[in-house]
Design a protein around this ligand. Structure first.
Ligand SMILES: Nc1ncnc2c1ncn2[C@@H]1O[C@H](COP(=O)(O)OP(=O)(O)OP(=O)(O)O)[C@@H](O)[C@H]1O
Length: 472
């Protein structure tokens, strides 16, 4: 006998399902809304939840993780209208046990329920009932983010190498840490290697260590980052920037977990798990000969692509509240409210710098509103307000200058290829950025929303004068 929660606002259907399940010997509880369902799920000890999608107080898929993460970690079967392949796909991506089309929900009920309960019983027997994921640093409950969290839960169990891809600022490092923190290696170090910032002449020594006197300046024997990650996780950030000659060496290290410190005759061993991240298309890099196919194959045993923020705007409000709360605690000021118009502005933006850009924007808003109890759109950086004001004027959208446009003059003559145009614009933007921030890397990152390593990567790519790397 199992305990089953039925969340469906159709009172009659709910009753029919209850009757059916009770006849089969199960205990049931009905709920008519997301809120009621969540309250019951949190206070009860359910084996299974039958979850309708469209409920009076919201789409239950938006709360899927809240249902699945309650203490009893129930199986979930989604129920929705017929002919909704998207709903079915989403349900499975979220980790639902199964999917029932509503018109036949009563008729077809018992088979999936029995299977889900059998599966649960087996899980209990072999002791793999999911434990709640540690995800304090990861905010958001959109469908795509929840899918990424499911990946974290699965990836954390084993030792296979993981490749995280996604635009700058989407949270690749945050997810790498979450995999580590949820893994059996959590009590050992998480060591970050920023491949874009490795000094060319010291790469081997930084990674593998060196013995005293092996080169000028090697005053004492030092361990490298690979050794430091022994027992824990080695995180190769911006792995696409790793020079080819090191890629070859690293492939062997990855296969054998053995390496030789600079100037040493003996090999050392390190039992690390590898997670790598990149915002580059490594398949194209392989085609261009800039990245080794065999290394990519090794890195990509498990792969996760993190969606850009513009594709999961449902997370913006939650992230904003989180960043604001953190700032209030940090600066020891009482909590502040957020005006709805401000959220509208944030939702209208495309966030090329993703969560990092949102975080920096909220920091700016916080500073501008330091003495106010509520944050208003007025406190946003100027370019947000300029763009919104222009958009709301009668001006045709195409004629409205974009605040971040570098050159809004009409183009003349035959257009260059898209690639040439993109290269020229990127280079011009970088020059403008570096001149505007007088080469201050931290400021350039803040203004552009680029990460430090991505900025260096672009500076190298366009052969621009590299600013000081020592600034924090
Ligand atoms: N889901 C999230 N919840 C809370 N904070 C997040 C989330 N995703 C990213 N952040 C924050 O955004 C910032 C950028 O995240 P992170 O460095 O992990 O991105 P990234 O994809 O590794 O960027 P890059 O490719 O530029 O190195 C960090 O301050 C991080 O804490």
């Amino acid at each position: 006998m199992a305990t089953i929660l039925i969340v469906d606002d159709d009172f009659i259907l709910n009753g029919l399902i209850e009757k059916h399940l009770k006849r089969a010997g199960h205990q049931t509880e009905p709920a008519l809304t997301v809120a009621q369902g969540l309250a019951l799920a949190r206070s009860g000890n359910f084996d299974l939840i039958l979850l309708d999608v469209q409920l009076p107080d919201g789409n239950s898929l938006d709360f899927f993780s809240a249902f699945s993460e309650v203490a009893s970690a129930p199986e979930i079967i989604i129920m929705t209208g017929s002919g909704d392949p998207d709903g079915a796909k989403k349900a499975i991506q979220f980790g639902a046990w199964g999917y029932l089309e509503k018109p036949h929900a009563v008729r077809d009920l018992l088979l999936p329920v029995t299977r889900a309960l059998q599966f649960r019983a087996e899980k209990k027997k072999i002791g793999v009932l999911p434990v709640a994921l540690k995800r304090e640093a990861i905010i958001g409950s959109s469908a795509s983010l929840t899918g990424c969290l499911d990946f974290v839960a699965k990836a954390a169990i084993g030792d296979a190498s993981v490749l995280l891809t996604g635009e700058t600022g989407t949270g690749k490092e945050v997810f790498a840490r979450a995999i580590h923190d949820n893994s059996p290696r959590a009590s050992h170090p998480f060591v970050v290697v920023d491949c874009a910032a490795l000094p060319e002449n010291l790469i081997e020594s930084t990674l593998f260590g060196h013995v005293k006197g092996s080169f000028t300046g090697a005053e004492r024997t030092t361990s490298g980052l690979v050794k430091m990650a022994h027992g824990g996780t080695l995180f190769l950030d911006e792995v696409g920037e790793m020079p080819l000659r090191i890629q070859k060496t690293f492939l062997r290290v990855l296969q054998e977990h053995r390496f030789r410190p600079v100037g040493d005759s003996k090999e050392e061993y390190s039992n690390f798990r590898l997670i790598a991240a990149t915002n580059r298309d490594l398949d194209s890099a392989v085609d261009n000969g800039a990245f080794r196919a065999d290394l990519l194959f090794r890195l990509r045993s498990l792969a996760l692509h993190l969606p850009p923020l513009r594709e999961r705007k449902q997370d913006i409000r939650e992230l904003t509240l989180h960043f604001l709360k953190r700032l209030c605690v940090l600066h020891k000021v009482s909590s502040k409210g957020i005006d709805d118009e401000l959220i509208e502005y944030l939702l209208a933006h495309d966030w090329p710098g993703n969560v990092r850009e949102l975080q920096q924007t909220i920091e700016q808003v916080f500073v501008n509103a330091l003495h106010y109890p509520t944050l208003y759109a007025f406190h946003l950086p100027e370019h947000f307000r300029v763009r919104k004001t222009l958009a709301s004027m009668t001006m045709a959208p195409a004629a409205a200058p974009h605040a971040t446009d570098i050159d809004s003059r009409p183009l003349a003559g035959p257009p260059p290829s898209w690639k040439d145009h993109k290269t020229a614009s990127e280079c011009r933007y970088l020059k403008h950025l570096l001149a505007f921030t007088r080469g201050d890397v931290r400021e350039a990152c803040r203004v552009s929303g680029l990460s430090r390593s991505r900025l260096y990567q672009l500076i190298n790519q366009y052969n621009l004068t590299s600013p000081e790397r020592s600034s924090p």
